[in-house]
Write a protein that binds this ligand. Structure first.
Ligand code: ATP
Ligand code: MG
Length: 235
C-alpha cells in the first residue's frame, strides 16, 4: 500500500475569518503528480498554504507527511517544512547572494554543517536542474526559467517527499514553462510527489494526471483528463 502524504478530512479553510474552501476531503499518495486548478481567488494558494502550515488549520483534521496540521509547535512545523519542497511563482531567491549561497543558506538553516557534504549536495541538486555551470551567478544574472530552476534545486535540497508548487510557471513564457514542467515531471518520475497549482491546461492534457478543482468553495476531483475541456469551460 502506498504512503499517504496528504490526508485532509472535513477541512474548511478561512482567510481573515472568511470561508474560502469548505469540507475538503483529500488524499494524495506517494508518487502522484497532481494539478490544482481554479479561477483566481478560488482558494488554490490558501489550500497550499494550509498544507505547509502557513495558514493554520482551524476546522477539520489534516496531516501532511505525518505532521498533524493542528499542531502549532514551531519545532514540529519546522520539521514539516524540511520534509517539503516549496516552489513559488516569483522564485523568491535571495537577490544579493549567488546561486551557491542561496542553496547553502537553506542547508545551514536546516541543520547541515559539514562543508564537503554541503558542497556535494549543492552540486547534486544543480546537476538535476541542469545549472551546475551557473553556481556562482547572482539571481539577476539568470533568466526567469533559470531562476525557477534554482528555486526547484533549493526545494530538492533536503530530498523532500512532497513538492508543493504554487503556479511555478506563471511568470514564464510558454516554452520556458514547458521546460520547467518537463523538469518537474522528471523529478516526479524519480518518486517525488508533486502538487502544483497551475492555469496551464495544455500541460494538464499533455501530462494526463490527476486534477483537483477549486470551485464554489469546494474542492472537486476532475473525473479524468479527457474531461478537462469541460472543466475549463465551466471554470
Ligand atoms: N492573507 C489574506 N488575508 C485575507 N484574505 C486573503 C488572504 N490571502 C488570500 N485571501 C483571500 O482568499 C481568497 C482565496 O485566495 P487565494 O490566494 O487562495 O486564491 P488563488 O486561487 O490562489 O488565486 P490566484 O489564482 O489569483 O493565485 C481570495 O478571496 C483572497 O482575497
Ligand atoms: Mg494563488
Amino acid at each position: 500500500m502506498k504512503n499517504c502524504l496528504v490526508e485532509l478530512h472535513d477541512v474548511s479553510i478561512y482567510q481573515n475569518k472568511n470561508l474560502i474552501l469548505e469540507s475538503i476531503d483529500l488524499e494524495i499518495f506517494e508518487g502522484e503528480f497532481v494539478f490544482l486548478i481554479g479561477k483566481t481567488g478560488s482558494g488554490k494558494s490558501s489550500l497550499l498554504k494550509t498544507l505547509y502550515a502557513d495558514v493554520p488549520l482551524t476546522a477539520g483534521k489534516g496531516t501532511v507527511c505525518s505532521h498533524d496540521l493542528k499542531s502549532t509547535n514551531l519545532k514540529k512545523t519546522a520539521m514539516l517544512r524540511r520534509k517539503l519542497g516549496i516552489v513559488f511563482q516569483n522564485f523568491e531567491l535571495l537577490i544579493d547572494r549567488s546561486v551557491k549561497d542561496n542553496l547553502e543558506f537553506v542547508l545551514r538553516a536546516t541543520g547541515w554543517n559539514n562543508k564537503s557534504a554541503i558542497k556535494s549536495r549543492i552540486e547534486d541538486v544543480l546537476e538535476v536542474v541542469g545549472l551546475a555551470h551557473k553556481i556562482d551567478k547572482l539571481p539577476f544574472e539568470l533568466s526567469g526559467g533559470e531562476q525557477q530552476r534554482v528555486a526547484i534545486a533549493r526545494a530538492l535540497l533536503n530530498s523532500p517527499h512532497l513538492i508543493i508548487a504554487d503556479e511555478p510557471t506563471g511568470n514564464l513564457d510558454p516554452s520556458t514553462a514547458n521546460e520547467i514542467l518537463v523538469l518537474l515531471q522528471t523529478i516526479s518520475q524519480g518518486g517525488t510527489t508533486i502538487l502544483m497549482a497551475s492555469h496551464d491546461y495544455e500541460a494538464m492534457k499533455k501530462y494526463s494526471t490527476r486534477i483537483l478543482l477549486c470551485q464554489n468553495k469546494k474542492l472537486i476531483e476532475a473525473p479524468n483528463t479527457a474531461d478537462i475541456l469541460n472543466v475549463i469551460q465551466q471554470n
